[in-house]
Design a protein. Structure first.
Length: 620
């Protein structure tokens, strides 16, 4: 039905999603100003851009990212469109998500202050955005009517009267622009990027692209309106459905784009409430804590109940110039452990106890690097990207105006040479958005890739950075007392992208280690490294060298540097990681820093005796 001379590549994942969310999807990236682009300075979903250009514009990337919820056990896997009364039709959900990946998605959003915006940080909307109009036919992307950003735009996006004003979609809807979903308050992941639920309910032939689906509901066709929307965006079909309208407007001529939100398909509100209540009861259940399945279920419940609603974030659009900078190197190492010694982090008794403590903390967003939630402006400014030549593939921490700590394997694997660069900002894919400072790299002389020991390096900046507060180093007892860590880094997320500064909280496990890293359960070195994470909460490739913080009274202090995946990991990311304790490497770090006539800061509010014994002083 859909025509493209370029194969469309889809990356699909089973993973825990937010409460009531069955699936989410979006284009993996976007392109503009390519050969044949109908409009200049307009972002097109990469699969559509490839079709229009007649060639693969991003040969090293997938085209569509899809996620499907792994926490439901009532999926219907049949293809006959007859799911039982208590099951969700997987084929319907898959077709819905593919629609988003093909371009049925926008960048319109409204923040907590009611301010609406589009473009995801760029000056250009996505193709779908161009067709959004209000009840008076006014284009939402018209900045003369609705400045971007503005409260006026936010009011439009929550008005309940928005429409898709494409020619083919209008014809399919009997001459009227089909209504799109625009509830109040704004519903991230659902608002604007779906047809209206009430207008196209269950049983309507155009209900595939509405935001909700119930049990015993199946629809395996996009319907005439869904196909019309795709045709307006620029897709063609084996049999033409629509033609140019009477005033000569070219069908599918209009399109814009930038990063789109991953769009969600949900279950009805009543079903969401039932599952959330069940998950809450599960977290309160009094069961045998020696049962590993309890902790696995508990972790899934936590991820659903306490993840930030903004987990699905815009993917960064790319043009040809930007794509050349998006070089990803596997910078987080992985060791191996014999199968007989492999255990899940959730089986570790220390991890279990710490997990329960973590659950008892006051409610907060549980943010993940692996899965994606961004650091906001003003947060963790001392977390920096590390690399060279404008390409950044590791992470580090500013501990003095001219001193950054990172991982030695970043040097040994070629991410940074004896000379390199450090990026201060939120998105290392666009270095111009922040500041880049040249540096020299001093890796620990005893580090070897074969043993992993002393995976630490010091970067000496050519110029001091005086407007970013360095991160104090935690004392030994502060690290010993921690039962969870906060990580930050620029590495890989589950969307397949890297370069944005992200954060995550991970629970600490036991340092189930021996003196040789490859002869221990988790692959760490006893008392010199920390094991933390697992059950989908983790650092990943590109986060290497990045900070592992302890939270001391709301103050984040540097406890460790990201080194590698735990040896028991069954996959590259998501099963837990190993973090070098900074206090155990502090003597060597200080010797390197002192040779430059510099010093670094330990925590000054607690354990002053330990601080003075370390020889560390704050640089004035």
């Amino acid at each position: 039905m859909l025509q493209s001379d370029v194969p469309i590549r889809v990356h699909a994942n089973w993973r825990p999603l937010d409460p009531g969310v069955l699936g989410s999807a979006g284009p993996a990236t976007y392109s503009r100003n390519f050969a044949g682009a109908p409009l200049t300075n307009t972002w097109y979903p990469i699969a559509l851009a490839n079709r229009i250009a007649g060639s693969d514009l991003a040969p090293n990337s997938v085209d569509i990212n899809c996620n499907f919820s792994s926490v439901f056990n009532n999926w219907y896997f049949g293809t006959d469109g007859n799911p039982p009364v208590n099951q969700y039709d997987l084929m319907s959900v898959v077709l819905h998500e593919l629609g988003h990946g093909l371009g049925f998605t926008g960048t319109m959003t409204v923040n907590n202050n009611g301010v609406g915006s589009w473009g995801g940080g760029t000056a250009f909307p996505v193709a779908y955005d161009r067709f959004g109009v209000n009840g008076s036919g006014q284009q939402l992307v018209s900045t003369s009517l609705f400045p971007n950003p503005s409260i006026a735009l936010g009011q439009q996006l929550t008005s309940g009267t928005l429409f898709f004003n494409g020619t083919a979609a209008r014809i399919a809807n009997g001459g009227a622009s089909p209504r799109i979903y625009a509830p109040s308050p704004f519903d991230p992941g659902s608002s604007f990027a779906h047809l209206d639920e009430a207008t196209f309910p269950k049983g309507n032939p155009n209900s595939l692209m509405t935001p909700q689906i119930g049990t015993n509901e199946a629809i395996h066709s996009p319907g005439a309106i869904g196909m019309g929307v795709l045709q307006d965006l620029g897709w063609t079909f084996t049999t033409a459905m629509m033609a140019d309208d009477s005033d000569g407007e070219k069908v599918g001529c209009c399109g814009t784009g930038k990063s789109a939100m991953m769009q969600d398909l949900k279950m009805p509100d009543a079903e969401q409430a039932r599952l959330v209540d069940a998950a809450v009861e599960l977290t309160k259940a009094s069961v045998d804590q020696d049962d590993p399945k309890f902790y696995e279920q508990l972790s899934q419940s936590l991820m659903q109940l306490k993840q930030a609603r903004s987990e699905s974030i815009p993917v960064e659009p790319v043009n040809d110039a930007e794509e050349s900078r998006r070089v990803f190197q596997p910078m987080r190492l992985r060791t191996t452990t014999p199968e007989t010694e492999r255990i899940s982090v959730a089986d570790d008794p220390v991890w279990r106890d710490n997990f329960i403590k973590w659950l008892s903390l006051p409610r907060r967003d549980r943010l993940r690097i692996w899965g994606g939630a961004p650091v906001l402006a003003g947060e963790f400014e001392h977390c920096v990207a590390v690399g060279g030549g404008g390409r950044f593939c590791c992470t580090g921490t500013l501990v003095a105006p001219r001193v950054v700590i990172t991982a030695a394997h970043c040097f040994h694997l070629g991410c940074i040479g004896s000379r390199g660069e450090v990026y201060f900002g939120l998105n290392s894919n666009n270095p111009g958005t922040g500041r880049v400072v040249a540096c020299k790299c001093v890796p620990h002389p005893d580090y070897k890739l074969s043993t992993d020991e002393h995976d630490i390096a010091v970067l000496i900046l050519d110029q001091p950075v005086t407007d970013v507060a360095p991160c104090p180093i935690a004392t030994p007892s502060q690290i010993d007392d921690a039962f969870f860590l906060r990580l930050a880094g620029f590495g890989l997320t589950e969307t397949g992208r890297s370069g944005r500064k992200m954060q995550v909280e991970v629970v600490v496990a036991s340092n189930n280690c021996s003196s040789s890293s490859h002869q221990s359960t988790f692959g760490c070195k006893r008392d010199r490294e920390i094991v933390a994470g697992g059950n989908g909460l983790d650092s990943c490739n590109g986060d290497s060298g990045g900070p592992a913080y302890v939270d001391v009274g709301g103050r984040f202090l540097l406890a460790g540097a990201t080194s590698r995946a735990a040896a028991n990991s069954q996959r590259g990311c998501g099963d837990g990681g190993i973090y070098v304790r900074i206090d155990k490497e502090l003597e060597w770090i200080e010797s390197v820093v002192a040779a430059e006539g510099l010093s670094i800061a330990c925590d000054s509010e607690d354990e002053s005796e330990e601080q003075s014994n370390s020889g560390s002083v704050k640089k004035e």
